[in-house]
Design a protein around this ligand. Structure first.
Ligand code: C2E
Ligand code: MG
Ligand code: MG
Length: 704
């Protein structure tokens, strides 16, 4: 090869070598790894550039040697280094050694040393080669990681890592073990469900879905310790990779104290709210809450079609007490009044104090005017009782105004306004009473409530009198009998007609007592008339079917008849069509026993109810009484005439006698005669009369 060519290839090789060296030196720099070698024959050392730097020298400024190398080791590492070197030399095996090197500048670094013996062709050790790597930053990282994991491990917070699918614990820290009371080994066999007693797979699924949307989130839960006690925990959950698999890390903090504080705050705020909505003195809802409740009642009333009543209550004489005896006494009176109000209504009704001596009550779910009146009356009655404060016997009363939803108004403002107006009406009426906004309601309710108590008094004080109305043979005008009709001689109202109180007495059962009085009085009277030869005919008595349900009705009747000397053939009982047909089977059975005693039976007000012909046939009847509503419009009303004719025909075909009620004029009488009616009763012949007047009429009749 020509010399020039040889030179060229040499240069190329040299360039390649240089390039490799540059790369090598760059790699050493990046990894802070310096290489070195010691010729074992000459004891000479060669260091790479990075080796100088690792030991703190400017590259190639000193003569490297094993002594220099060893002089940089810290005194504590030196013996181990020497021992390792010896071992490498003796075994010929490569070895590694971690130590600390003190650089020329005095700075101490962590280093990892590798060493290995190189043998010559005769297999004698020729070189010791190796590397010194500065691993200070790696060590620092390791230390930091260690510190961090210690921090996690010994943190007082609970930390759990769970499997993303099974929710079994993969890792738990000491804080978790301490908090929950299980050992680490125990916890690692458990899942989140074991310490979260209220957690269900459904909730967990929801939480999992939330985690898909957010990277992490906070959830509150309740943990149960091994000993069964529980505490509130706040969980911070984050998805992570743990040992190469997907997992959740959960940081839990005991927040029982916070929860307790929150509850305390809530209770305080509830109390504040209560104060804002309630009256301090009586603890009743105040005006604000009342208006709110009234609006609710209106809304729900409209939605569900439910009526309700609003009572506006003002205490009479309260101002006088307050002014003369002072506020403390006044306050006590108000507290007592509030207590009494609460006593009169049900728990679900709203009672409010609007201020001063004004109260309101919203009565919901009341079925009728009667119920409302009863409650209002109870309030009036209860308020009247003496209130004893500081030894004073104080007397107040209540004036109550009542408006009704929806009859009177459907807006809250109007309901309040109207109940207030009605309350003033109650004041005008002399206080100590209640008034409905609509006048007729008050009258209706008054009658009912008053009647109830007054009727009892009437029975006790014998305020009933019996009137008698003759029944006439329509062809001969002869008296064939009389109907006994009760009247109530009320001490202030005067003579009250039966239509006003019989329906109430039927409702409350007092009819039994009243009918007994009527029966006994009338039978006595009849026995007298017979005794004096006045021949009054049959005594017709109105009988409420309720009577027949009384166990001893018949035996009582028989006993009284005997006592009085009244014969059963003189007696006829009238039962209304409506009452008989209410329970026809039972009526038939009962009426048969009465009939068997020789007592006649008549169906009263016939035509106003719905009689079944088959039952009518079975009833042991003697008479049908054609209701006066059909007679009244004869001869103007053709329908009534047709009905009257039909009733007469029907009665005849069943072999009953027929009597027409309410005959007031001759035309009516003639029509009845023409159509075959047997008897009549009505003003045409005589109004119902008291016993004395009837005695005179009977005497007169005899004179004819
Ligand atoms: P009732 O049994 O149908 O009695 C007939 C009613 O018609 C009586 O009314 C009588 O005064 C009235 N009347 C009689 N003639 C005429 C007339 O020509 N024109 C008009 N407009 N009316 C006439 P009263 O006395 O007011 O009794 C009403 C109802 O009260 C009776 O109807 C009866 O159902 C009931 N009642 C009366 N007394 C008693 C009683 O002692 N016990 C029971 N349970 N009910 C009674
Ligand atoms: Mg009658
Ligand atoms: Mg009648």
């Amino acid at each position: 090869m020509p010399i020039d060519l040889q030179k060229d290839s040499l240069q190329t090789a040299l360039r390649k070598l240089q390039a490799k060296e540059t790369t090598f030196s760059l790699l050493e720099k990046i990894s802070e790894l310096g290489s070195w070698e010691v010729d074992l024959k000459t004891n000479k050392s060669i260091w790479s550039k990075q080796s100088y730097i690792n030991y703190g020298y400017e590259p190639f400024t000193i003569e490297p040697s094993l002594q220099v190398f060893l002089s940089h080791l810290t005194p504590e590492d030196l013996p181990r280094a020497q021992a390792t070197l010896k071992k490498i030399m003796a075994s010929g095996q490569a070895d590694t050694f971690q130590c600390r090197i003190k650089k020329e500048s005095g700075e101490v670094i962590d280093a990892l040393l590798h060493g290995q013996v190189v043998y010559d062709e005769k297999n004698n050790p020729s070189k010791l080669i190796g590397t010194t790597q500065n691993i200070t930053s790696l060590m620092k990282l390791k230390q930091e990681t260690q510190e961090l994991s210690q921090l996690i491990e010994y943190s007082s917070n609970e930390l759990y890592i769970v499997d993303i699918n099974t929710f079994k614990y993969l890792y738990v820290n000491t804080g978790a073990c301490k908090a929950i009371g299980y050992s680490r080994d125990e916890l690692l066999t458990m899942s989140i469900y074991d310490i979260n007693p209220y957690l269900t797979p459904d909730i967990v699924l929801k939480l999992k879905n939330q985690l898909l949307d957010a990277k992490h989130f906070i959830n509150r839960t309740i943990h149960q310790r091994k000993n069964g006690t529980q505490y509130h925990a706040q969980a911070y959950i984050h998805p992570i990779q743990y040992k190469g698999a997907e997992a959740y890390v959960i940081f839990d903090t005991d927040i029982s104290q916070n929860v307790e504080n929150e509850n305390l705050l809530r209770a305080q705020s509830d109390q504040l709210k209560h104060l804002a909505h309630h009256d301090n003195l009586t603890s009743l809802p105040n005006r604000t809450l009342f208006k709110d409740r009234l609006s609710q009642a209106v809304i729900s009333g409209k939605r569900h079609d439910t009526p309700f009543a609003l009572l506006f209550i003002d205490l009479d004489q309260f101002k006088k007490i307050n002014d003369s005896l002072g506020h403390i006494v006044g306050d006590n009176v108000l507290i007592e009044a509030a207590r009494r109000l609460q006593n009169c209504v049900r728990e679900e009704d709203t009672i409010a104090r609007l201020g001063g001596d004004e109260f309101t009550v919203i009565l919901q779910g009341v079925k009728n005017i009667q119920d409302i009146s009863n409650i209002a009356q109870k309030i009036v009655d209860d308020m009247r009782e003496a209130i004893i404060v500081e030894g004073h016997h104080l007397y107040i009363s209540a004036s109550i105004g009542i408006s009704l939803f929806p009859q009177d108004a459907t807006s809250t403002d109007d309901l309040i306004k109207f109940s207030d107006t009605a309350m003033y009406k109650a004041k005008d009426e002399g206080r100590d009473n209640y008034q409905f906004y609509a006048k007729q309601m008050t009258a209706f309710a008054f009658e009912r409530v008053v009647m109830d108590t007054s009727l009892r008094i009437a029975i006790k004080e014998e305020q009933f009198v019996v009137y008698y109305q003759p029944q006439i043979n329509i062809k001969t005008d002869k008296i064939i009998g009389m109907e006994a009709l009760v009247r109530w001689l009320h001490p202030t109202l005067g003579l009250v007609p039966p239509g006003k109180f019989i329906p109430i007495a039927e409702e409350n059962g007092l009819i039994i007592e009243i009918d007994k009085i009527v029966r006994n009085t009338a039978m006595r009277q009849f026995a007298l008339w017979y005794k004096y030869g006045l021949n009054p005919g049959m005594l017709s008595i109105n009988l409420a079917m309720k009577q027949l349900n009384e166990k001893d009705f018949l035996s009582q009747l028989i006993t009284t008849m005997k006592e009085i000397g009244f014969q059963s053939k003189w007696l006829e009982l009238e039962v209304t069509e409506g009452q008989v047909m209410n329970n026809p089977e039972l009526s038939i059975e009962k009426l048969k026993t009465i009939n068997a005693m020789g007592v006649d039976l008549a169906i009263d007000d016939f035509g106003t109810g719905y009689s079944s012909l088959s039952y009518l046939k079975k009833l042991p009847l003697n008479k049908l009484k054609i209701d006066q509503s059909f007679v009244r419009d004869i001869p103007q009303d053709e329908d009534d005439m047709a009905i009257t004719k039909a009733i007469i025909a029907l009665g005849k075909s069943l072999n009953f006698k027929l009597i027409a009620e309410g005959v007031e004029d001759m035309e009516q009488k003639q029509f009845l005669i023409d159509n075959g009616c047997d008897y009549m009763q009505g003003y045409l012949y005589s109004r119902p009369l008291p016993a004395e007047a009837m005695t005179a009429l009977l005497k007169n009749n005899q004179a004819f």
